[in-house]
Write a protein of this length. Structure first.
Length: 438
């Protein structure tokens, strides 16, 4: 196939110059923005969707993973602030970690506005300009056209590592063959009788074989999470898999969205027929973005790895600790895929009070002086990414990147030259869980 090229050029207005520019307004981006502003930085945050929160809002993921290690609130600081504000707004929430997407959107909006974080929605990052080892401009497209932002420090909270990759940073993706975990198109459900389900004592994932026997499902996928109660008569679904998803390929993502909508209709039929309390349940919506579990892992100055996880490792430059298990979803729907998934999970789950440290070096993009990353794309191996990719994990790395960026911009330092104890003190002032800091 012959690939033709054309030259496209425009004069792009510089929208503003700030201390810290953040790409992505998901959990990592919002916590980074809040942390940076709370420490005196002038911040601009760009979010491509028309709501903050990423997969927890636009993507309809219905539940947070663990905020605590069973003893300590490890996602403390910004994470606690978000969690507590959400619970005040959503006082009807039947489960402490359940997510009502509309209340979570409002939580992010309120916190960002109250703390005077400058942000724009509907602004898609499309490229970057660098000067040697420094990122110079981030370029965006919006309804108002193209514009650029200049900053002292940039933070990549895009989830996919888009900014870092555009700057030329190296990265890994997927397993040894480049295959990523399957994605999931999450959903919302109405008219559920949760009391009837509780009285029946039935666990939907244990009944999934009934749907397979009757041919309800195009793909017989045994890895079934199910529907979580998010309100008195409503629920959120995190189920179904888009196998073979390439999160960096728009055609693959398009096909996954279409397939995900069809899968949710299959689940509607299954739940109505076989699960008590769901006789009148209705699929009321699917996410506007696909649930991607892993994408680029940016090469940073340290790769947090499985050995660190197993050792419950601590680091001198620790910026937080986390504890969620190695959660890698099966690459195929067969028994072999399920067994591979379980071997990374079973026997490796932590006991109460245990956690692993996250070094600041895993947020420093290798080869750059003013570029950090936070959230799913930080410097890890495939296994630890399967743990730290959750929303509470993103709060931890996001607030650390925000504090580090504020400190670097204030002192006109390279991001890898800031004083670690000063960074840890800033994090402690926010309430971060740092038991090993001096």
């Amino acid at each position: 196939m012959t690939i033709h090229e054309m030259q496209f050029s425009r004069n792009v207005p510089i929208h503003k110059k700030v201390d810290v520019c953040i790409i992505g307004g998901g959990p990592a981006g919002c916590s980074a923005g809040l942390a940076a502003v709370k420490n005196g930085a002038n911040v601009f945050l760009a979010e491509s969707q028309y709501a903050l929160g990423g997969l927890g809002t636009v993507g309809m993921v219905p539940i947070f993973m663990t905020f605590t290690d069973g003893v300590n609130f490890v996602a403390d600081g910004i994470g606690r602030e978000i969690h507590e504000k959400l619970r005040l707004l959503d006082s009807r929430g039947p489960l402490a970690n359940a997510i009502n997407a509309e209340f979570l959107k409002e939580t992010y909006d309120d916190l960002m506005i109250e703390n005077k974080v400058d942000f724009l929605l509907g602004c898609e990052f499309i490229g970057a300009e660098t000067n040697g080892k420094k990122a110079k401009y981030a370029i965006f497209n919006s309804k108002g056209g193209l514009f650029a932002v200049e900053a002292e420090v940039f933070i990549d909270c895009s989830g996919d590592g888009d900014l870092a990759a555009s700057c030329g940073a190296k990265f890994d993706i997927g397993n040894e063959n480049g295959i990523t975990m399957p994605g999931t198109l999450c959903s919302t459900w109405a008219n559920i009788d949760w009391q009837r389900l509780e009285k029946a004592g039935i666990v939907p994932r244990e009944e999934i074989w009934r749907g397979f026997e009757t041919g309800m499902f195009k793909v017989n996928n045994h890895h079934h999470t199910g529907i979580v109660q998010t309100g008195w008569g409503i629920g959120g679904g995190n189920m179904g898999h888009s196998f073979g998803l390439n999160p960096l390929d728009p055609k693959s993502l398009t096909e996954a969205m279409i397939e995900g909508r069809k899968q949710n209709r299959e689940f509607e039929n299954f739940y109505r027929k076989f699960i008590p309390g769901f006789e009148n349940a209705e699929l009321s919506g699917t996410g506007a973005i696909h649930g991607v579990r892993d994408s680029r892992r940016i090469k940073c100055n340290y790769e947090l790895n499985m050995d660190d996880y197993l050792a419950r490792q601590s680091f001198e430059d620790e910026i937080g600790r986390y504890c969620y298990p190695i959660d890698i979803h099966p690459a195929t729907p067969d028994q072999k895929g399920r067994e591979e998934c379980l071997k990374y999970y079973e026997g490796k789950k932590y006991q109460p009070g245990e956690s692993y440290g996250i070094p600041y070096r895993s947020l420093q993009v290798a080869g750059f002086d003013n570029l950090l990353c936070a959230g799913r794309c930080i410097g890890t191996d495939r296994f630890v990414q399967g743990s730290i990719r959750t929303m509470p994990g993103c709060y931890i790395t996001g607030q650390a990147a925000g504090c580090a960026a504020a400190l670097a911009s204030k002192n006109h330092q390279k991001t890898n030259k800031i004083e670690i104890r000063s960074l840890q003190k800033m994090l402690q002032n926010l309430g971060a869980f740092l038991p090993n800091a001096l």
